[in-house]
Design a binder for this molecule. Structure first.
Ligand code: TZD
Ligand code: CA
Length: 528
């Protein structure tokens, strides 16, 4: 006789999940009771942090991750994180405990009212099983659904009295199931697409986060070299799909219609892989593409393909398609694009340091394969210009632009990648949304180096106020926060520095320490 609980843990095991991220409440305790010894529970002190850690973990492992939240209130706290996870195609199984079935109708305390409505539209699927006996099938479906293309979060609301019930013997069949996808181009379609690329006289490649998610960076490099095409990263990039040191690399595209069409002037074919077309931010109307250019998008996401306002799209496995194209195109006869000009490294400065100088120091002193989880919003462009990222999985940013991602995600990425140093670069505004992630880092000894860029303001918003010509906006400064005290309060080593040499020393020590630590560095305002 197997309980629903035992069968569920078995299903998770069979699907490679033995870590649960969460913040528990009474509705979740029956699921967690007699917690199996081969599982690990990672406690977050806020649900936005739980989902952020799970998101980082899922993205860095490339596998589904489970988050257990408390009913409606816990789900609500996690919604900002869910917006990021939805946009980054992160395979998350989000479960929330529901009140006991016998009382749901009377709406006692902690009922998750209309539970399946709550996380929409930021989940692929939202479900509350009709019977306890349906929980294993629901969990199995959630596991498969979360990672099938396009991957994304799913939500299950589970009444807490279900776990003790007996599983139906037939539901044991779920344990052996595999669900796989294909998604490669058939040879004729690959040849036709390659021929279109070959015919182009001046192609350009634009890569998005799903190239990195598919671990297809190497295929993108080969394709770019064969085509002798310049490569841009798609606007509002949450990951780094191409080595920033590669001679064909051109940097980050701007996030406006006219900005993009201006920059792509002269190209007759725009090949976009692993990104929406396009994730704009600022509204600068204009042509969507330069005159005479056609566009081809390769995406794992049918929704991304169908909502694109221009060009042709192919939906499939981004990695397999890029690999096939890289093989199928003829080596171009034109000369390779000119290496981009990169800004000169800044010389040592005095306090407050230029943010660019801090980035230069970090790039110089960090291990070559370090991973950056970023939420320093006014320095994003500077990072794409200055940082030398070569390995896949080197950069993560909240994919919906929702702050409160990077602090917890850095903890999840470091848990997933213990052999690479994770550096969380966080603005002094952003640092406040999910600050309790510091506690999880300290308690689980997850050795992230948190660098807090303290410029005393919401720098990116100051810049955006200028774009929108919105003068006289209140609430743009964040003075009077002591991150060293906060860091120490949550159990981290923490220091404040304001000179070049002090930063270099603190940063080097932090990397060597092998423990989580926080460096607060005073920086000057930056214009993105
Ligand atoms: N709240 C949430 C959850 N997400 C947001 N994106 C914002 C508010 C708005 N916002 C931005 O988009 S950037 C920003 C805010 C408040 C300023 C962040 O300031 P910072 O970094 O100190 O972290 P910079 O470098 O000073 O911009
Ligand atoms: Ca700031």
């Amino acid at each position: 006789m197997t309980t629903i609980r035992d069968l569920t843990y078995d299903l998770l095991r069979r699907n490679g999940i033995t870590t649960i991220f969460g913040n528990p409440g009474s509705n979740e305790l029956p699921f967690l009771q007699d917690f199996p010894s081969d599982f690990r529970y990672v406690l977050a002190l806020h649900e936005g942090v739980a989902i952020g850690i799970a998101d980082g973990y899922a993205q860095a492992t490339g596998r589904a991750a489970l988050v257990n939240l408390h009913s409606a209130a816990g789900t609500g706290n996690a919604m900002g994180g869910l917006a990021n996870a939805w946009n980054s195609h992160s395979p998350l199984i989000v479960t929330a405990g529901q009140q006991t079935r016998a009382m749901i109708g009377i709406e006692p305390l902690l009922t998750n009212l209309d539970a399946t409505m709550l996380p929409k539209p930021l989940v692929k699927w939202s479900y509350e099983p009709a019977r306890a006996e349906d929980v294993p099938l629901a969990m199995s479906r959630a596991l498969h659904m979360s990672r099938l293309p396009a991957p994304g979060p799913v939500y299950l609301s589970i009444p807490y009295d279900d776990w003790e019930k007996t599983a139906e013997p037939e539901s044991l069949r779920l344990l052996g199931r595999t669900v796989s996808t294909a998604g490669a181009l058939d040879p004729a379609a690959a040849a036709a697409l390659a021929a279109r690329l070959d015919r182009s006289t001046n192609p350009v490649i634009i890569l998005g986060p799903d190239v990195d998610a598919a671990r297809a960076n190497v295929h993108a490099v080969k394709l770019a070299e064969r085509l002798a095409a310049p490569v841009f990263v798609a606007p509002s990039a949450p990951r780094c799909p191409f080595p920033t040191t590669h001679p064909n690399f051109r940097g980050l595209l701007p996030a406006s219609m006219s900005g993009i069409s201006r920059l792509l002037q002269g190209h007759d074919l725009v090949l976009v892989a692993g990104a929406p077309v396009f994730r704009y931010h600022e509204y600068e109307p204009g042509p969507l593409l330069p005159a005479g250019a056609e566009l081809i998008q390769i995406t794992c996401d049918p929704d991304e393909a169908s909502r694109a306002p221009m060009g042709d799209a192919v939906v499939g496995d981004v990695g397999l398609i890029l690999a096939a194209l890289a093989d199928a195109v003829a080596p171009a006869e034109r000369s390779a694009p000119q290496r981009r000009e990169r800004p000169a490294r800044l010389a040592p400065g005095s306090a407050p340091l230029a943010a660019e100088r801090v980035l230069d120091l970090i790039d110089e002193l960090a291990p070559r394969n370090a991973i950056y989880v970023n939420e320093s919003t006014s320095t994003i462009e500077a990072m794409w210009e200055r940082m030398n990222w070569e390995s896949p999985g080197s950069y993560y940013f909240g994919a919906a632009g929702g702050l409160g991602f990077a602090m917890p995600a850095s903890v999840g990425v470091q848990l997933a990648q213990p052999d690479r140093q994770v550096i969380a670069l966080i603005g002094d505004g952003s640092a406040n949304y999910s600050v309790t992630a510091l506690w999880t880092a300290a308690q689980y000894n997850v050795p992230v180096v948190f660098v807090i860029m303290r410029n005393g303001t919401y720098g990116a918003l100051r810049w955006f106020a200028g774009v929108l010509k919105a003068d006289g906006v209140p609430g743009l400064d964040v003075p009077g926060i002591d991150f060293v005290a906060i860091g120490r309060g949550y159990g981290l080593e923490a220091v404040r520095v304001d000179t070049d040499a002090a930063f270099a020393t603190a940063f080097t020590q932090a990397i060597r320490a092998g423990r989580p630590s926080l460096i607060e560095v005073e920086t000057a305002w930056t214009t993105p």
